[in-house]
Design a binder for this molecule. Structure first.
Ligand code: UN1
Length: 492
């Protein structure tokens, strides 16, 4: 089936006439559709539509915009199972995780929809009599949204829902690996009564659609989740226009396990964080830092459990770990594993492309653990975005923190310990946007700020109340009802 772009409330062909196909990474004979490979001309039409819709949409009372989000939440709930199935087919995550992905969008719709009745500003006394000082939030304008394939419904929802709640209009470029999920989400927005032009969808690649969108003079903000390399380029396009750029990028998220930790609990958290979503979360744990005294014991149990993980199609309830997203991801992971071996890390399990039986139909990679990893090694430093866990030994708590912080990223992190003092020290000392105590590195909830320090981001936080900060500008208002010219700063 041939799908279309969604511009100004209509499903329209791309100017290019070219298309690309979306496949199931667990079984490439399963196709999810053909999608337009759009270019700058389609971006132009979409931005024009977002621009035309802005004036009216920004004047709709925020509680009414919130009601649209509640309707979207209702419909997402109704279609949750069908959306999850499509997601599993399109990007491979196991069905229960795909349901969780849709649930994050549902949670965001209700959470942020209710913000329509808040969107609080401040009032404060004036230094002069008969004068009121207040501040209110205004939408930023036309927002370009560029999203990845690993959370193909949740991440777009984190961005688009707060953006439209705040009165902005949107042009959305979804990842080329998950166009069908994008289509399904926009169908839901449309059925919920979204006015035309408020959200526009343009399918296509980064060079042809993403860059023209980021550079477009009428785009007032870009919100991007993806690789640090692409994010850095987008930041520069944004800088040239002096617009706001929200970036969520890579991670190399550590779990620290101290000697006093509940090891069985830690193992559950490590398995879930390292191999859940086949390691393809920005928040996935890719570095495990274990205190000397429990290093061998923990590794033994962990490897044993890892070997039992079942690879397969995510639609099969017996599957623990689904495929990786595409062939180039699979090859990239294999290259990192080779590097790990070459640089002297000890391969404890996995390490190979999996292609036995039905696995040959897709892009699978064995859950992989390297031990005796040191900070100089590439697998310790670079984001692999696959089921590869690097383990290193720490002498003590301080050494563990030093290793955890020895990275250019800073998204999520975790520590397992029963020592309340060390737990509290770690909350302050780990350099990351998110720290879990006695839980893995994944599973952030929508009503708290999400984002990271260092090269993971540029200071913003999405989700939570901070999402409102991202998608609004402050307007300050002075009302002088004295009937004469009053001058501030004590000037007569
Ligand atoms: C991501 O991988 O980009 O905390 C987002 C989590 C999920 C979101 C991850 N709620 O793991």
């Amino acid at each position: 089936m041939l799908f279309k772009n969604y511009i100004n409330g209509e499903w329209v062909d791309s100017a290019t006439g070219k298309t690309f196909t979306s496949f199931n990474p667990a079984d490439t004979s399963d196709e999810l559709g053909e999608f337009p490979a759009s270019d700058a001309r389609d971006v132009e039409r979409a931005v024009e539509a977002a621009d035309r819709a802005f004036r009216e949409w920004s004047r709709v009372p925020a509680p009414k915009r919130g009601e649209l989000l509640f309707e979207i939440g209702e419909r997402l709930k109704r279609h949750k199972e069908e959306l999850a199935q499509i997601m599993t087919r399109e990007m491979g995550k196991v069905l229960k995780e795909a349901r969780g992905d849709v649930q994050e969008a549902i949670d965001m719709a209700y959470y942020i929809g209710a913000e329509g009745r808040r969107l609080f500003g401040h009032t404060t006394p004036s230094e002069l009599p008969n004068k009121h000082c207040l501040s209110m939030r205004r939408p930023v304008g036309r927002v370009g949204v560029i999203t990845p394939w690993n959370f193909p419904i949740a991440i777009p929802a984190w961005k688009i829902f707060p953006a439209i709640l705040a009165g902005n209009t949107v042009v959305w470029k979804p990842a080329t690996d998950t166009p069908r999920c994008a289509y399904e989400l926009v169908k839901i927005l449309e059925a919920s009564g979204l006015p035309k032009g408020v959200v526009n969808l343009v399918f296509g690649g980064g060079n042809d659609v993403g860059i023209p969108l980021a550079k477009h003079p009428k785009i007032d903000m870009i919100s991007f989740t993806g690789s640090t390399e692409t994010g850095r380029a987008i930041y520069q396009y944004g800088a040239a226009k002096l617009i706001r750029v929200h970036l969520e990028m890579g991670g190399k998220n550590p779990i620290i396990v101290l000697e006093d930790a509940d090891l069985d609990l830690a193992i559950e958290g490590i398995l879930w964080s390292a191999f859940g979503t086949t390691g393809q979360r920005c928040t996935a744990c890719s570095r495990l830092i274990v205190e000397d005294g429990v290093y061998e014991k923990l590794l033994e149990k962990l490897v044993d459990r890892t070997k039992k993980l079942r690879l397969g199609n995510g639609l099969d309830p017996a599957t623990d770990v689904g495929p990786v997203v595409n062939r180039s991801a699979q090859e990239k992971i294999a290259r990192y594993v080779e590097l790990g071996v070459k640089e002297g890390a000890k391969l404890l399990c996995g390490g190979r492309i999996a292609k036995d039986g039905a696995l040959a139909k897709g892009f699978f990679f064995e859950p992989t653990i390297f031990a005796d990893v040191t900070p100089e090694m590439t697998i310790f430093r670079e984001e692999i975005f696959g089921p590869v866990l690097s383990v290193c030994k720490a002498k003590d708590y301080d050494d563990a923190i030093r290793l955890a912080n020895h990275t250019s990223f800073g998204l999520s992190s975790s520590i397992y310990t029963q020592d309340i003092n060390k737990a509290h020290r770690a909350m302050e000392e780990i350099e990351a946007g998110i720290t879990y105590i006695n839980s893995g590195t994944i599973g952030a909830e929508v009503h708290l700020p999400f984002g990271g320090v260092k090269e993971t981001g540029n200071g913003g936080r999405e989700s939570g109340w901070t999402a409102i900060e991202e998608y609004t500008e402050w307007k300050t208002i002075y009302v002088d009802f004295s009937g004469r010219l009053q001058k501030a700063q004590g000037i007569d």
